[in-house]
Design a protein around this ligand. Structure first.
Ligand code: SF4
Ligand code: SF4
Length: 447
């Protein structure tokens, strides 16, 4: 069986972002295989743990992918201050005699953004709305590489590494079965320190904010990279409560057109035609989003990766260009609109180097300075008694269950398949037990 088939059968999906099914990427022709170990979201430590602990397995997977796809250049990219991780990887590369380079980046955000990373490593600019393959690169996260190595050993994707950080007694990296409840993960990290809090699933800049009352509805998926417990009166709590109308009326009354949002936007700095200050200007004099969708500047919002630099770091007025861009993007998607890029020459901004957002400062703007330097060395491996595995965990269609309530399953059994001709990653049981319910999740209870 080919590496691609093994990866597809194991249900591997990207561990670092939205969860793109990995097998789909393993079919092209590339000059660069870039392995993303940057982990640019403050407070997460998952990828660092993986690189320190499984350097040999990562190197083995990188070499296998490199060989299978005949990719001339393989690069593991990470931050220059990840000294232990660099050491582990260098040793593993030497031991294996592998032809893999290590690329060290400064500590800026979003260094791990796919398009930023491709430029940093190759000097090539991924075209707007394009994918790295357009410039001969394929990017995969270090966690994905570990899952690929498992797949090569016929072990399906059933467990997830994630960081639990913030206001918990014992911040830790966990390894839990997919479908473990967030509540259990908080317990494994010693419990929360405060009665009132908000949660973030993922990193603090781009993660999904979850209100405390919704904690019970949340389960670990193939893409959960972290769970953060943050203050109930902090930046994230205020952000979650902000209403669209309020954001738009503040944009109308308070945007001073300083253009810092555009000057510091990582996509604009790569030369992409995205100008959040112009979007804000137009929105300030517009009744609603649908009425301005014919404006090419407004359409440029489709190029926004929603990294949040503009509103977390750049805007002196505390406005929300990212959220407004997000609304425009979703409105365009609903209408099947696509920005017409034309033949614009792509040239990075001459001041790009000076305008990178330092990670520590960005974290400070979100009130996260107290957690920023946490040296998380604790690791917890958990054997769950019950799991609820969502049918939609990755990019593409929700999977279709192939088990029913009452069925007995073993860890690794296929329990849901990708619909025919659809994009997705199949799902395997993450514990042994009896299927107790099938709805938008498959619940399994140990017996
Ligand atoms: S969120 Fe803001 S800074 Fe980030 S890409 Fe979008 S407009 Fe640019
Ligand atoms: S940084 Fe803020 S105030 Fe300045 S142009 Fe952008 S949205 Fe307006």
């Amino acid at each position: 069986m080919s590496l691609k088939d093994k990866v597809r059968d194991a249900g591997v999906a990207g561990c670092g972002g939205a969860g793109f099914p990995t097998a789909v990427k393993l079919g092209g022709t590339y000059e660069y295989l870039i392995v993303n170990g940057v982990e640019c979201e403050p407070l997460l430590r998952t990828d660092r743990y993986i690189m320190r602990t499984f350097a040999d397995r990562i190197v083995s997977a990188v070499s296998a992918v490199q060989k299978e796809l005949a990719i001339p250049n393989a690069v593991i990219a990470l931050k220059h201050n990840y000294t232990e991780e660099i050491e582990s990887l260098e040793k593993a590369i030497k031991k294996a005699g592998a032809s893999i380079a290590i690329h060290q980046l400064e500590s800026f955000y979003p260094a791990g953004d796919e398009q930023t990373l491709v430029y940093e490593v190759t000097g090539r600019i991924v075209p707007p709305l394009g994918i790295p393959g357009k410039v001969g690169a394929v990017v995969d996260n270090v966690g994905t590489m570990l899952a690929i190595q498992d797949a090569l050993e016929d072990k399906p994707f059933t467990h997830k590494y994630l960081t639990v950080n913030g206001d918990v007694a014992k911040p830790a990296v966990l390894r839990v079965p997919v479908g473990t409840s967030f509540a259990k993960c908080l317990e494994l990290a010693g419990g929360t320190l405060n009665d009132q809090f908000v949660l973030v699933s993922g990193g603090p800049a781009m993660g999904r904010i979850i209100k405390q009352e919704d904690l019970e509805k949340e389960f670990v998926t193939k893409t959960t990279s972290g769970i953060l417990v943050l203050p109930a009166d902090g930046y994230h709590a205020g952000y979650a409560d902000m209403k669209v109308l309020h954001m738009l009326s503040r944009a109308r009354s308070a945007c001073i057109q300083c253009s810092f949002c555009t000057q510091l936007c990582p996509r604009a700095l790569l030369g992409h035609p995205l100008h959040p200050h112009k979007v804000m200007r137009r929105m300030a004099v517009s009744a609603d989003i649908p009425s301005v969708l014919d404006d090419p500047e407004i359409q440029g919002a489709q190029l926004c990766c929603e990294c949040g630099v503009c509103e977390i770091y750049a805007c002196p007025m505390g406005l929300q260009p990212r959220r407004i861009n997000g609304l425009i993007k979703r409105e365009m998607a609903a209408r099947k609109m696509r920005l017409n890029i034309g033949d614009t020459e792509l040239k990075p901004d001459a001041e790009r180097e000076m305008r990178k957002a330092p990670s520590k400062k960005l974290a400070g703007r979100m009130g996260l300075a107290p957690y920023y330097d946490a040296d998380i060395k604790a690791f917890v491996e958990y054997q769950a008694e019950e799991v609820s595995i969502p049918l939609k965990m990755t990019v593409g269609a929700p999977c279709v269950p192939c088990v029913k309530a009452g069925d007995m399953v073993k860890t690794g059994d296929v329990i849901a398949q990708v619909p025919e001709n659809a994009l997705g990653a199949r799902i395997h049981a993450s514990i042994d037990g009896r299927v107790s319910a099938v709805d938008d999740k498959i619940s399994i209870v140990k017996e």
